[in-house]
Design a protein around this ligand. Structure first.
Ligand SMILES: Cc1ncc(COP(=O)(O)O)c(C=O)c1O
Length: 395
């Protein structure tokens, strides 16, 4: 008999909300026109759907619809923001500030820019994963053109002090980009209040489809210019050429509209679950440590290290509970998480870290079933280790 599978990896991806899917479906078959074909009604009806989605995405971040550029996801948005600013503003400067706990979608383009002769400052974080806004201020030089700090960390859920960093960027006339792949639709992101000039968005982290996302690009005060990273038909104001993915865009818009309605209630529900899970793990297993900020965090994300237990070994014991070690995108590698290492803890804590993330389809019973299974698996591993020690086997 197989046991019930429990999905607790919503930071990696979310299922498409059935309400989102229903809205998307006609755009695969009936409303199939090319949104750039303005000569007939087929194209125009697709364009109207895209315009609606543009407004829905913009509304969630307090932007204007004409500031939304549709892309294939946050990876592409990050690349356009970093590479696009670096090239367009090369005459102004060559220095970028980011931080060590960013996702690869930011770190890798930064490394590419370094190869091209740009300079990148990678700021450290404190034990909670927070970047110090004063460190950002101190890192700015007359050659700095961009600050890129993620809104929410994908492994530990820590939320960056975006408003403070944005104010510093604005004060110094430096553009501010934030990777909001994990934050969009989960916590409030306001591009005006936070002085954000570029924001990366992904649909599949917020109950929309995979392969679609957006880049918010400020159009005034200041008007942000971007060099595209590839060229073609000049779609999306010339910044992202390629026929628009109408069903995906409609799905992203619908997901944004739903998130706007449900975010507050989900915040309370998810925060209560993750806190209760942590308390239960600590009560049953001893000194389980939380990785990340206790309050300034994504409500649905809990990252813990269980002393004496390697996360890989734990996951092998839990074939029916989907939790993650490190970030999903790098989970094929066994290197310790660069995020947990950046918090300044010993290597063992990084090797012992697991990320548990709840979501819209999680039921109360799943939380307790999964917690029970994690506790049982940990006790089993600890017994094995104790027996090995007793019999003198060390390897
Ligand atoms: C913080 C962060 N940035 C970027 C990405 C990549 O997003 P996408 O899958 O939309 O390209 C992810 C996904 O794991 C992420 O968590």
């Amino acid at each position: 008999m197989t046991s019930q599978r429990i999905y607790l990896d919503y930071n990696a991806t979310t299922p498409v909300d059935p309400r989102v899917l229903e809205i998307m479906l006609p755009y695969f078959t009936e409303v199939f026109g090319n949104a750039a074909s303005n000569d007939h009604e087929f194209g125009l009806e697709a364009k109207r759907a895209v315009d609606k989605a543009r407004a829905q995405v913009a509304a969630l971040i307090n932007a204007s619809p004409n500031e939304i550029i549709f892309t294939s996801g946050a990876t592409e948005s990050d690349n356009i923001a970093l590479l696009g600013v670096a090239e367009k503003y090369a005459g102004k400067g060559d220095h970028i500030i980011t931080c060590v706990t960013e996702h690869k979608a930011v770190l890798d383009p930064c490394q590419r820019l370094e190869k091209l002769g740009k300079r990148v400052t990678y700021l450290p974080v404190d034990q909670y994963g927070l970047v110090d806004p004063d460190a950002v201020r101190r890192a700015i030089t007359p050659r700095t053109i961009l600050i890129s700090i993620m809104a929410a960390n994908n492994e530990i859920g820590t939320l960056a002090p975006l408003a403070e960093i944005g104010a510093i960027a604005r004060e110094h006339g430096v553009l501010f980009h934030s990777d909001a792949a994990q934050a969009f639709g989960h916590v409030q992101v306001d591009v005006q209040a936070m002085h954000i000039d570029l924001l990366s968005i992904s649909a599949h982290k917020v109950y929309g489809p995979k392969g679609i996302g957006a880049l918010y690009r400020r159009r005034s005060n200041p008007r942000v210019l971007l060099e595209p990273i590839f060229y073609g038909g000049g779609h999306e104001k010339g910044i992202r050429s390629g026929t628009l993915n109408t069903p995906g865009i409609v799905g992203l818009g619908a997901a944004a509209a739903l998130a706007q309605k449900e975010m507050a209630a989900e915040d309370m529900r998810f925060r209560a679950w993750t806190e209760a899970m942590l308390a239960c793990l600590q009560a049953e297993l001893g000194d389980v440590e939380r990785n990340g900020h206790p309050t300034q965090r994504l409500p649905h994300t809990l990252n813990v290290s269980i002393p004496g237990v390697e996360s890989r070994a734990l996951i092998v014991q839990l074939p029916d509970v989907a939790i993650a070690t490190g970030s999903a995108c790098t989970s094929a590698s066994v290197a310790p998480s660069h995020v947990i290492m950046a918090l300044g803890y010993p290597l063992a804590r990084a090797h012992g870290s697991v990320r548990i993330s709840v979501g819209r389809n999680t039921a109360d019973a799943c939380i307790w079933l999964a917690t029970g299974r994690i506790i049982a698996a940990t006790n089993h591993l600890r017994t094995l280790a104790a027996n090995r020690e007793f019999s003198g086997v060390t390897a």
